[in-house]
Write a protein that binds this ligand. Structure first.
Ligand SMILES: Nc1nc2c(c(=O)[nH]1)N[C@@H](CN(C=O)c1ccc(C(=O)N[C@@H](CCC(=O)O)C(=O)O)cc1)CN2
Length: 285
């Protein structure tokens, strides 16, 4: 079995093309999804991601608002901003870019977003719906992971999936989504004593542990699908995933690169969620 590269950039573009075509039809009726993005502070990576979100809206013909607030913004000020966006009829999706400065409690802000506008899928109601398998807006990166696996032509049902990492944003939701697709899921984390042994049993290995090049060939069953969610900026300025790509490709089957794998899917799935939220707000299917 030889490694094949899953081209996340191309898959993300294919999905955007589908959205573009749907928009062509919908906009004749005056329909326009609206996304508000709130950025607090000057984190360089967050500034780049927010610019990409604004550009994606522009390219697809969405209405877009970006609110750039100073790093000294208080929790009350940010809550007031979210409250105002909850009330705005031209806004169907609200995204507060993470991480937030330390004086602001992330949870308080996420909980304040109206669940029907929660295009990040982080609100407890969205998470609860995901757990019980009801319709909800799915968190973007985990939804992107599932989409990548499917579009790489990999059947998920009946497979053993191992997820390394248990964050609320990636590890937990991706495990639930894999389970929803009828995989048998094992979750590993920093306290798992036999991680390598478990990872080596995976048909599908999803790595979201936030440690550069953590997983090498010795963790991978020959031919396994490897999805690398890590985006780690090295001291030399280069990006590295959580998977040692050179080593992994000696044994794995389909694998996502970093950059150009999961990352590009995050913003595309956000655009998809914003369209879904807008259609629901207009009573469309
Ligand atoms: N409110 C949210 N905050 C954050 C989220 C999120 O989903 N919602 N995710 C990340 C940041 N993020 C989007 O916000 C994001 C991360 C990475 C990429 C991406 O395309 N990565 C590229 C590499 C980009 C680079 O050169 O730095 C890739 O992997 O190919 C897009 C979006 C945290 N915050």
């Amino acid at each position: 079995m030889t490694a094949t590269i899953i081209n996340g950039k191309q898959i993300a573009e294919d999905i955007r093309e589908g959205i573009r075509q749907e928009m062509e039809q919908l906009k004749t009726t005056g329909f326009q999804p609206g996304l508000a993005v709130v950025l607090v502070g000057e984190d360089p990576a967050s500034q780049v991601y927010v610019r990409h979100k604004e550009k994606a809206c522009h390219d697809l013909g969405y209405y877009s608002e970006v609110h750039r607030l100073p790093s000294t913004t208080s929790q009350e000020e940010l809550l007031a901003m979210v409250d105002q966006l909850n009330k705005q009829e031209n806004i169907n999706g609200i995204l507060v870019q993470l991480p937030l400065p330390k004086q602001i409690e992330e949870k308080a802000i996420i909980n304040a977003i109206a669940p029907e506008k929660d295009v990040d899928g982080f609100h407890p109601i969205s998470v609860g719906n995901l757990v019980i398998g009801d319709d909800s807006l799915l968190p973007c990166t985990p939804a992107g992971v599932i989409e990548l696996i499917k579009r790489a032509g990999v059947e998920i049902s009946g497979k053993h999936a191992v997820v390394i990492g248990r964050s609320n944003i990636v590890g937990k939701p991706v495990s639930l989504l894999l389970q929803r697709e009828n995989a048998t899921v094992t979750m590993c984390h920093s306290r798992t004593s036999n991680m390598k042994e478990l990872a080596k049993q995976a048909d599908i290995l999803v790595v979201a542990i936030g440690k550069a090049n953590f997983v090498d060939a010795s963790y991978i069953k020959p031919g396994a699908v490897v999805i690398d969610v890590g985006v780690n900026r090295l001291e030399n300025g280069k990006l590295a995933g959580d998977v040692d790509f050179e080593s992994a490709t000696q044994v794995c089957g389909p694998i996502t690169p970093v950059p150009g794998g999961v990352g590009p899917m995050t913003i595309t799935m956000l655009m998809q969620n914003t369209l879904v939220a807008a259609k629901r707000a207009h009573g469309l299917k």
